[in-house]
Design a protein around this ligand. Structure first.
Ligand code: ADP
Ligand code: TRP
Length: 349
């Protein structure tokens, strides 16, 4: 029996420059999954989600095109992946209404991202911010994927999507399948200024942006909060990259005081594995040395991205065409699912 290529879907909001947390937690994985040739890939720009936060309508379309440029500059390829814009597919918001009727308010109240955002934007706690995870469940389920590559902070939203799957199927008959999150080996990059918090666009001072120039990278890494102790006691293995990264992830839980140092070392393992391995073998974790090597490695690694993005941004028509073409393709899937759902819930003539 022929088995179908598994489908993956993920999305990112167009709300500013991408940082290395977005890259290591999500985008890098998108590119690897695409290039593995094992998956049918859908990557969405979540513009409807992004308007739940304060924003300037004059800059939104530039932010959308900038994110397409980011996608292409890191290596997503419209010939291999469907790259599309949420607001070009009205079926998403239509299905969101239907899903809202099987989502308990109590579940939405539990969402930590909602609580966090509501505490930050007290002047604009809008209903869209509250129902945000319902629209995210639609973004995913309408394409019936198996896997959803995201960073750690999105896991609760994916659990809610699976809750919607169970409630919908129970009420209206088997329609959707539960989805699985796909985390990277670095699902939690911490803020450079406050390593107890994740790196996030909402606190730009703790972010290292993909488009930062070498001078800025050096300044930011030098200023980054490390830890008062070294990492000697963590017992990092002199093994392959994955083994070191899983030990770092484990150490994050057990040693909150070491998070700054661990975060810098995690970046070094990813951007200059040989240098990190040497430090592990010598058992001498000097933060000044780690920072110097890291800043150099990051500057070199991001050079191609910076150049490619500048080039792509000069050609907005190509960026628009990418989205229009990808969205037309995606819409066929979305519309088939919505038709099926309307039949199941009894809304047909
Ligand atoms: P931000 O919190 O900066 O606004 P987004 O919510 O737009 O980031 O996240 C886009 C993608 O990047 C999501 O898959 C998210 O899980 C991932 N991501 C965001 N911040 C980090 C981080 N610090 N470490 C790892 N992954 C992250
Ligand atoms: N909520 C996600 C974030 O803030 C963005 C997003 C919207 C998304 N729809 C999605 C992620 C569907 C994965 C799948 O990062």
């Amino acid at each position: 029996m022929a088995t179908q290529t598994p489908r993956i879907l993920s999305g990112i909001q167009p709300s500013g420059k991408l940082h290395i947390g977005n890259y290591l937690g999500a985008l890098k994985n998108f590119v690897e999954l695409q290039n593995s040739g094992k998956y049918e890939c859908f990557f969405m720009i979540a513009d409807y989600h992004s308007i739940t936060e304060d924003y300037d309508p004059k800059t939104k379309s530039a932010q959308v095109l900038e994110l397409v440029a980011d996608f292409l500059a890191v290596g997503l390829d419209p010939d291999k992946s469907t790259i599309f814009l949420q607001s070009l597919i009205p079926e998403h918001t239509e299905l969101a209404w239907i899903f809202s009727t099987v989502t308990p308010v109590a579940e939405l109240t539990r969402m930590t991202q909602y609580k966090d955002k509501a505490s930050r934007q007290t002047k604009n706690i809008n209903a869209g911010l509250f129902t945000y995870p319902i629209l995210q469940a639609v973004d995913i389920l309408i394409y019936k994927p198996e896997l959803v590559p995201v960073g750690h902070d999105q896991l609760q939203h994916l659990e809610l999507a699976n809750d919607i799957v169970r409630r919908f199927n129970k009420k209206f008959g088997q329609t959707f399948k539960e989805i699985k999150p796909l985390l990277t080996q670095s699902p939690r990059v911490m803020s450079l200024g406050d390593p107890q918090k994740k790196m996030s666009k909402s606190d730009p001072s703790g972010c290292l942006f993909l488009s930062d120039e070498p001078g800025e990278i050096k300044k930011k890494i030098q200023k980054a909060v490390a830890s008062s102790q070294g990492l000697e006691g963590v017992g990092l293995p002199a093994g392959n990259q994955d083994a070191i990264l899983s030990k770092i992830e484990e150490a994050y839980q057990n040693n909150p005081a070491l998070q700054g140092g661990l975060n810098l070392f995690l970046l070094l393992v990813i951007f200059d594995y040989e240098a990190a391995l040497k430090i592990i073998k010598n058992k001498k974790y000097r933060y000044s040395e780690i920072k110097e090597v890291l800043a150099e490695a990051l500057s070199n690694h991001l050079e191609y991205f910076r150049m490619k993005k500048k080039e792509l941004i000069q050609n907005p028509n190509i960026l628009k065409e990418t989205l229009v073409g990808g969205s037309a393709h995606a819409r066929k899937f979305a519309s088939a699912t919505l038709t099926e759902v309307k039949q199941k819930i009894g809304l047909t003539l």
